[in-house]
Design a protein. Structure first.
Length: 190
């Protein structure tokens, strides 16, 4: 067995209530030195994934946390360092564009495809490209913090290109003698 762990016969399987095809298993494994660890296994994107924990409670809690719960924790812990306007701005973005769409999704179920679908749903529901890009940036910051706190293995927002904001090209009209220097004379226009 990898990393000196021998699986025991005790295991538990839990099916995700929100995702009918997703299954998580928790297995007790014994290290070579006799200590017990718990291995959480699941399938993601057609691949077998796993993570090890020292405590059974941590193994059971892993993967059960929703994005809404993580966002509340993120605001409570990291939000203290933000300026007042940044807190208000991020709270508005979370309340309007992130929580209603992705709030009930488990952190470990957030993948690149789901983020891209969310971005498309926001645009379909009337979000401007600027609002969509701002929401993607806020979500990326929150999930980056989740990676730093070992709640996610990687940030699924990394590499997703923000929606391009198209600006019309305008030229200011110049008043005064500078505008008239390059203008053709009345005689040349006839």
């Amino acid at each position: 067995m990898r990393r000196g762990l021998a699986p025991s016969k005790v295991s538990s399987r839990a099916s995700c209530a929100r995702c009918k095809f997703s299954q998580v298993s928790i297995q007790r494994a014994t290290n070579q030195d006799g200590t017990t660890r718990y291995v959480v296994r699941w399938r993601e994107g057609g691949r077998q994934r796993g993570r090890r924990f020292d405590r059974l409670a941590d193994a059971r809690a892993f993967g059960a946390e929703t994005l809404k719960e993580w966002l509340a924790h993120w605001f409570a812990v990291d939000g203290v360092r933000w300026e007042k306007n940044a807190r208000l701005d991020r709270a508005c973005v979370v309340d309007r564009w992130i929580a209603p769409y992705l709030g009930d999704v488990r952190l470990r179920d957030l993948g690149r495809a789901r983020i891209i679908e969310w971005r498309a749903a926001m645009l379909a529901d009337g979000a401007s490209p600027y609002q969509t890009s701002k929401a993607l940036g806020t979500l990326s910051a929150a999930l980056g913090s989740a990676v730093d706190n070992e709640r996610l293995p990687a940030n699924p927002c990394v590499g997703i290109i923000a929606v391009v904001v198209v600006r019309s090209q305008t030229f200011p009209f110049r008043w005064g003698p500078q505008a008239l220097r390059g203008a053709p004379s009345r005689d040349a226009r006839r």
